[in-house]
Design a protein around this ligand. Sequence first.
Ligand code: NAD
Length: 289
Amino acid sequence: MARARIIDGKAIAAELRKAVAAEVEALKREKGVTPGLAVVLVGDDPASQVYVRNKARQTVEAGMKSFEHKLPATTSEAQLLKLIDELNRSRDVHGILVQLPLPPQIDTRKVIEAIDPAKDVDGFHPINVGHLSAGEPALVPCTPAGCIILAKSVQPDLKGLEAVVIGRSNIVGKPVAQLLLREDCTVTIAHSRTRDLPSVVRRADLLIAAVGRPEMVRGDWIKPGAIVIDVGINRIEGSEGQPRLVGDVAFNEAVEVAGAITPVPGGVGPMTIACLLKNTVGAAQSQTQ
Ligand code: NAD
């Protein structure tokens, strides 16, 4: 069996950002509207700071306005809800993203539900979750949307495929399963209580691994020729004591069996922000119709 084709998430994300930039230009030209994304960060978690900085930079590079709101870790729920209310009303802001996790004094659910669903570019508001599961137009969570684009870069029509998703989180597992259903796949959601996970995974023509366990999925779990999308981002200690990023799939084993596979890093990771930008321009288009 030939080695799997490596799905280049970096290149596909760059293409998507280019397409978004063109849509932004068109919106400016035709409607005089510049899409705006507000990103709210509460506290000083270093990883969140990096994400927020990258989001802001790529927003500006795509020709959109970026509004950054950095609040101290001691911010109260009422203060955050007041800011969300202002952003909901602002005509310059078409998308609102609250970086998670939030500090313990703030109820994350309340904050997500306070965001205007039309500006909910993370797709976490129950209205958008409901629309997605009803198969209606919705703002769709970014990482799952990225997974589908990557799978379709290999096989544009996913109809009828046996798709297995490992993980049932609200952020990745459940929404990606809904999107696969929308693509007419036969979908299985596996999770921490699934019996005999390897044999479930062996059924998959398309595997999406979103677990958060380094290299849990072994090469002999993979059906020959399958498309493997690895969402996991796990930091482990490399051979010389240096930290190293690995996915949920043992890449070196799986690459010998799969038909196509995403690397970590450089696979799903770069797609998330690109899809966020796509959601933001889409939200701006809907709000200015
Ligand atoms: P989560 O912890 O919320 O969910 C993990 C899921 O894995 C759970 O539903 C659980 O049932 C399942 N699980 C745990 N142990 C298992 C086992 N032994 N067998 C089968 N299933 C098991 O995590 P999440 O937020 O969905 O993220 C999953 C991974 O994806 C993490 O590594 C995270 O860093 C990564 N991630 C990447 C991106 C990105 O690329 N931009 C975005 C979000 C998450």
